[in-house]
Design a protein around this ligand. Structure first.
Ligand code: PMV
Length: 319
């Protein structure tokens, strides 16, 4: 049976950076994100009994990505499963700090579990997706999503639906190439060498409390303050690692100046940046076009993508 699932990337406002248990891919702390809607990955999976697994990304064979995908299929369908054909379609740049691994693995576990005859609830799927990519667990859910890191497993839930606080996310793409260091490798360097890592982990619960409360009360200014602070703290951990991990480029900094200028003009907007040089600006929907225009006019920006908040992963009919 061939099954297709679509999932959207999510953007963390309180970040996941560091693992408690690398073997089980358990995050050191909780995190809080928003799921997007116009950017998506569609994964089609069929356990067709072929010779090994075959992966095609946007129509091209992608052997370099196959081992991670095969490991994820093993966790979903068991190591005794038959070979699978996996076709991935993605409408935005892959592995460039736009959370393509989140949407890819969320869609992959959902399609693979159904294709192997299972009917798992979103939390079970989120736990499977989280073993492949910590942030992928959040893309099983829509709107504002909180991931809680327990000692043995994660819990994930939507804390506000997309239409309960309809914000916009504008992405300034400053580089299309894949990032030089994977987030998993960078997290482990941070944990081993940044003098700020332990403080980062200790303070995450307080940041999560503030962000959760800001979502509950729909307090944009409070959410903006904690999200920007949390993002800069995560990058400070990266920069103080040895070797340092710097994902930003000059256009990343120029985009932050653009967001500051918009804020000075009274526009409700804030920035966040993940493991890559792209800048995501979160704003009210009414301000989204002004934010997009300003980012488009910023030196070094090569593309601007706009999104509102969307739903979690879902099964779709193949084209
Ligand atoms: O899920 P991973 O291993 O791709 O790590 C995601 C890390 C960040 O995007 C930087 C933060 C986050 O919470 O999504």
């Amino acid at each position: 049976m061939q099954v297709t699932s679509q999932a959207q990337p999510n953007i963390a406002l309180v970040k996941y950076w560091g693992k408690r248990d690398a073997d089980r891919n358990l995050p050191a702390t909780g995190s809080l994100s928003v799921t997007l809607d116009t950017l998506w990955t569609r994964m089609t999976v069929e356990f067709d009994g072929g010779d090994g697994d075959r992966l095609y990304v946007n129509g091209q064979s992608a052997p370099s990505l196959l081992s991670r995908v095969s490991r994820c299929l093993d966790t979903v369908a068991g190591r005794g499963r038959s070979g699978a054909c996996i076709e991935s379609e993605c409408n935005f740049p892959i592995a460039a700090g736009l959370a393509s691994s989140a949407s890819s693995f969320a869609a992959l576990v959902q399609a693979a579990s159904r294709a192997s005859g299972q009917s798992l609830d979103p939390l079970a799927l989120a736990r499977l997706a989280g073993q492949a990519s910590g942030s992928a667990a959040r893309s099983l859910y829509g709107g504002f999503v909180e991931l809680r890191a327990g000692d043995d497993e994660i819990d994930v839930a939507s804390i506000a639906a997309p239409d309960e606080w309809p914000l916009s996310v504008t992405v300034a793409v400053t580089e299309r190439a894949a990032k030089p260091v994977s987030s998993g490798a960078a997290m482990s360097v941070s944990r081993e060498s940044s003098p700020f890592y332990n403080t980062w982990v200790e303070r995450q619960p307080a940041d999560l409390d503030k962000a959760r409360e800001a979502v509950r009360t729909r307090d944009f200014a409070a959410l903006a303050a904690i999200a920007e602070h949390n993002c800069l703290k995560m990058h400070s951990v990266m920069w103080t690692s040895r070797p340092p991990i710097v994902y930003w480029n000059s256009a990343t900094v120029a985009c932050l100046e653009t967001v500051r200028a918009l804020q000075r003009d009274g526009i409700p907007v804030f920035f966040t940046i993940d493991a890559g040089p792209q800048v995501k600006a979160v704003s009210s929907p009414e301000s989204a076009d002004a934010v997009a225009d300003a980012l488009r006019g910023t030196a070094g920006v090569i593309d601007v993508l706009q999104s509102s908040l969307g739903t979690g992963a879902r099964l779709v009919d193949p084209d």
